[in-house]
Design a protein around this ligand. Sequence first.
Ligand code: FE2
Ligand code: FE2
Length: 201
Amino acid sequence: MSDTPPNLSTGDLSLNTRTSLPDGYAFLLAAYPRPVWAEHPNNGQWCQFWLQRHQMFRDYSAALTDACEQLSDGKIEAAAFHEWFVPRVNFYFGEIDSHHKVEEYHYFPALAQADAKMGCGIELLEGDHRVVHDRLIAAHETIVALDAAIRETPGDIASAAPAARDGIAALGDALGHHLNDEEDIIVPLILDRTEPVLGIG
Ligand SMILES: [Fe+2]
Ligand SMILES: [Fe+2]
């Protein structure tokens, strides 16, 4: 057996390749399936806020991808697109980064301590963050190229807009997958133990 820990950014469990969570990761999901989350009395203020942030990321991803699609299809003027898109994509990127930092420095350690079975899930989620970060960097490069095309070389918009759409969509795919798995691992633990017991909220 190797002493080297599995690389969760690149192996079979990587967000880039896995299709579902392996057995044992979302170990309380069967007891607390998604349909019971919203009305469960232990779904406290922190959990509700956290789930709302996740939904905000999903909504931003869809809206930003759609805007790039409209620009690609010539359904929106470049200047109007630029004015709408730039502050929102900057907000989206910044919020993803801070959300991950808060999880990694504050919430993940508290959740990992709550149950020995949480360790593998938290490691997996930290590996996901690295994959999402890589896709964010790649998406950012496509956005910089699109910004330059709109401001300096409008002839390049025809190629830069679909590239930006693909970059944002690829980021959104990975992030959405991560959010779903993260929720399946963490929300049932909160409902089972309560936020005060876990030291969050
Ligand atoms: Fe996360
Ligand atoms: Fe999260």
